[in-house]
Design a protein around this ligand. Structure first.
Ligand code: DC
Length: 219
């Protein structure tokens, strides 16, 4: 049997991790795991249950009792498809502080490792190359300027019919960038052994092709 492949991608919000990971999962026959969606699912549940975002014990206990699955590109929380609910601005605003809860991260990291235990996977997030799978087969750090990342999210939202201004998106991304790079545990860090790709001036296809060549060992 050939060795298990784990492709780990980290990078800030809007850097294109999700888009390229989805395409690469099909091209390279890998199971796609969106770890941001897992933090979003818990943030959504926190809102739904009217739990204060500073009530760490309650949030941790919610996460302990939750089951998260990815089926056919959709995110299921306790058996219910929450793919659109987890992308609202309300969830996006609280997800970064919630993801700073150390005990919550332990639970989700454990789930992420179990999800990948017997499969070839492509997993993206903020701490995949550093905490979840520091020994992943291939490690990437995807980046782009703040302006470009905000513009991408703005266009994405528009396509989905969500009416959020470019300024609001930019300011939310800026806050999340700060919070996501200043966490006690699982902070977004660019490691020396990750392949760095600045996608600001690249098309999705160009980024995918660069990464595919590495994953399929053509370079
Ligand atoms: O990738 P995303 O924008 O959907 O992630 C939502 C938030 O979850 C992001 O602001 C930071 C957090 N997150 C994290 O802390 N660790 C991960 N592995 C993935 C996401």
């Amino acid at each position: 049997m050939s060795r298990q492949k784990i492709v780990a991608i980290d990078g800030p919000a809007g850097s294109g991790k999700g888009t390229v990971a989805k395409i690469l999962s099909k091209k390279c026959n890998l199971v796609y795991i969106d770890t941001g969606a897992m933090y979003r699912a818990i943030a959504y549940l926190t809102l739904k249950n009217n739990i204060d975002i500073t009530d760490e014990d309650k949030i941790v206990s919610l996460a302990r009792d939750s089951k998260i699955d990815f089926i056919d590109g959709k995110t299921y929380l306790n058996g219910v498809d929450v793919s659109s609910e987890i992308r609202t601005m309300e969830v996006t605003k609280i997800v970064s502080p919630i993801s700073s809860i150390v005990k919550l991260r332990e639970i989700l990291v454990d789930m992420q490792r179990k999800m990948a235990s017997d499969k070839d996977v492509i997993m993206e997030g903020r701490d995949i190359t550093t905490v979840v799978f520091p020994n992943a087969t291939y490690k990437f750090y995807l980046d782009a300027t703040l302006e470009e990342r905000a513009l991408r999210r703005y266009k994405e939202n528009k396509e989905k019919g969500m009416d959020v201004s470019l300024e609001e998106i930019k300011s939310n991304i800026e806050k999340r960038d700060y919070n996501d790079t200043h966490k006690k545990v699982g902070s977004l860090t660019r490691t020396k052994d990750s392949i760095y790709i600045d996608s600001t001036n690249l098309t999705i296809d160009e980024v995918v092709e660069k990464m595919r060549k590495v994953i399929e060992e053509e370079v």
